[in-house]
Design a protein around this ligand. Sequence first.
Ligand code: ATP
Ligand code: MG
Length: 380
Amino acid sequence: MRTIAIVNHKGGCGKTVTSINLSACLAERNERVLLVDLDPQGHSSLGLNVKPEEIEKHMYHVLSETQWDVGMEDVIVGVDKYLDLAPSGIMLSAVEQELAGQPGREDRLLNALAEMPGEYDYIVVDCPPSLGLLAFNALRACREVIVPVETSFFALHGLGKISETIKLVEDRFGQKKHMQVLATIYDQRTRIAGEVWEELREHFGENLFRTIIHINVQLREATGFGQPICQYDRRSSGYRDYAVLAQEVLSLGKARVHRDGARAATSASSLGTQPVEDGVRFSIYAPGAKSVQVAGDFNNWNASEGAMLDVDGQGTWTKVLCLKPGVYQYRFRVDGQWGEDPNNPRKVESPYGVMNSIIEYGERERKQSSEGTQEIEKGF
Ligand SMILES: Nc1ncnc2c1ncn2[C@@H]1O[C@H](COP(=O)(O)OP(=O)(O)OP(=O)(O)O)[C@@H](O)[C@H]1O
Ligand SMILES: [Mg+2]
């Protein structure tokens, strides 16, 4: 079972939208998911059409000292075949004060989850906009942490505080956490969004999701209608972004199993472009597609020379192309439909008025990738 806390003390950065839609997109792939709403505002509950006034018991009753006999099984409600919700309510805000000074107060959620009879592949915890006792409980109970960051002004402000808190939990309880930052509410019409993304990449490297969550009005509407985006509008870019994120979360888990078990032969996050020896690997998530190609300056925009392969049989299409160092423009073609690379924020407008993605492939990347290959080979 994988446990993921969605944390950022900054308000409005997309924690709840990510909690709901990542959970729903994982569930859509037949992963059994429990979404725990740990925010007294109850937005995840409302976003899944579970109204606080209509439920008797919620996460307050599970965590409170005064309610000994309430377990997770008493509050969980079914949302969809593979998706359950542990709802929240405004009373949850009293828990921090109620448990102040109590021994073991940081372990309340961990213990509740451990005693839960249900079996899940994923537990996703939506946290409130603070780093108080509730977020601490989530960090204690979860092995993985996703930090959504809105790609706008002051986005990076305060991120150090989250890293510090995670480190504190790691040191105190002796358990390593995996933290991944997620760029959200990305508005490609603004320059700041690209700049923030570059800064995040510089700062967090591999620990930044390759998937970017773009600004999308349907995502906002879906929450208002109490539906995850996969029910509300499957043609929206919001659905595509969260479906791709679910794929990346799944492959990160697989890569970690490899790495923890012995060695990682594959990169953890493989969508977009990656330098490999003598060229670049292009990858896009297009589940259900019948044919996918990549075309650009490098193959004279001839899609038939860029046919991609569904490498995992689950919609991850890949192609390695040998490239000379240079700057190239490219696009993907999915079942005849041309589009830019959703995992690459670098774009330029073409003379035909469409956006082309850009890749810069230089001597440095070529050298790094061949050194990387040698390192991996040495490890075997
Ligand atoms: N990708 C997106 N495109 C458009 N609107 C979005 C997107 N993500 C989030 N929003 C909207 O931004 C607002 C804040 O999002 P959300 O509630 O997920 O943030 P949050 O971090 O959970 O906030 P809080 O800290 O209050 O819990 C909401 O109105 C939501 O609908
Ligand atoms: Mg929220």
